[in-house]
Design a protein around this ligand. Structure first.
Ligand code: TLP
Length: 341
């Protein structure tokens, strides 16, 4: 099986398992786990923020950020296909009690003018805009990189209106690898940021949220309320440190494989929904005799795992556990499904 469903499927490396075995640990609810502290300090430094907090997952990190930034009854601005809106089980409404205000982006990038237009003026009838959320890279827009300039303009608008900005940077290091712009530079234009260590970076578990010290103090309380205060969690933080400092340097390889696959999709007679910026390939099968679900099934029968991403869309994600040969084989499979070989 060639598993291209997600970069979340990667298994921890030997080095990660060894780091876990040797990790020095303590009770992290008492803030006594030295391995967690090293990881949080390193992440804060790399993201240019005062402090950071290790959390169990991307969803938990995003939701803690929304809970910490907002009050029930606020409205928050998000892109209409953002993970926070699309894939988190309406947690922003269920937990934080906020109402989403969605904006359609261009390949995931919301126009700063549209954001400015969506900010609520002071009026007794209206909710207050409590937060603006961005996503970089943007998953449902095919791993697209949100331009730094768009983030900068958005941040200026947010600052003028005294509204915080949160970045869902689950795949921020893919944007870094694609552009050469540092994570710190991207994070400069957001108040808080969530990064996933368990996607392209290959850690088995864990995300980081980073921001001002006072924000992180409050976020720590929300994490505890949600049952996310863990004990000897250094065993997880140790592999996460390798993900952050080492695996972040190899993402170019995944991007090359995604480009190779995208070319193959076209050679096999299918279309791309978007050009490929990073490690995600969105194939559009609307010009073929299959719909998305049928295509995913056909591929799986022939040994390639993918996910349906819309009626006629299929997503492939490249990652550490697939190589050039796997991608070649996936392309051959696509060609055979289209009757080309
Ligand atoms: N994305 C998963 C699925 O939930 C769709 C995937 O396979 O891509 N933000 C973004 C942009 C994400 O893509 C994801 C996961 C998350 C947050 C949530 O991370 P986890 O799964 O660690 O809670």
């Amino acid at each position: 099986m060639i598993d291209l469903r997600s970069d979340t499927v990667t298994k921890p490396t030997k080095e990660m398992r060894e780091a876990s075995f040797h990790a020095e640990v303590g009770d992290d609810v008492y803030q006594e786990d030295p391995t967690v502290q090293l990881l949080e300090n390193k992440a804060a430094e790399m993201l240019g923020k005062e402090a950071a907090l290790f959390v169990t997952s991307g969803v938990q990190g995003n939701q803690i950020a929304v809970l910490t930034h907002t009050q029930p009854g606020n409205e928050i601005i998000l892109e209409e296909e953002s993970h926070l809106f699309y894939y988190e089980g309406a947690a922003i409404s269920a937990f934080a009690g906020v109402q989403p205000r969605t904006i359609k982006g261009n390949r995931g990038a919301m126009d700063p003018n549209d954001i400015e237009g969506a900010i609520r003026p002071e009026d007794v009838h209206l909710p207050e805009t409590g937060l603006i959320c961005l996503e970089n890279t943007h998953n449902r827009a095919g791993g697209s990189v949100i331009p730094l300039e768009t983030m900068r303009e958005t941040y200026q608008i947010a600052n003028r209106n005294h509204i915080p900005v949160h970045l869902d940077g689950a795949r921020l290091f893919n944007a870094v690898a694609a552009t050469g712009i540092s994570a710190k530079e991207y994070a400069r234009y957001t108040d808080t940021v969530q990064i996933c260590l368990s996607k392209g970076l290959g850690a088995p578990i864990g995300s980081i949220i980073a921001g001002p010290q006072e924000f992180i103090n409050q976020a720590r309380k929300w994490r505890k309320r949600l049952g996310g205060g863990l004990r000897q969690v250094g065993v997880i933080a140790a592999p996460a440190m390798i993900a952050l400092t080492e695996m972040s340097k190899r993402l170019d390889e995944d991007h090359q494989h995604a480009t190779q696959l995208a070319e193959g999709v076209k050679e096999a007679g299918f279309e791309l929904a978007y050009p490929v910026d990073t490690n995600i390939v969105l194939m559009d099968v609307s010009n073929s005799s299959f719909n998305g679900a049928e295509m995913v099934k056909r591929l799986e029968e022939k040994g390639v795992k993918s996910v349906q991403f819309g009626l006629d869309l299929v997503r492939f994600v490249t990652h550490y556990d697939v190589d050039e040969v796997d991608i070649d084989n996936a392309i051959k499979t696509l060609k055979s499904i289209n009757g080309m070989v």
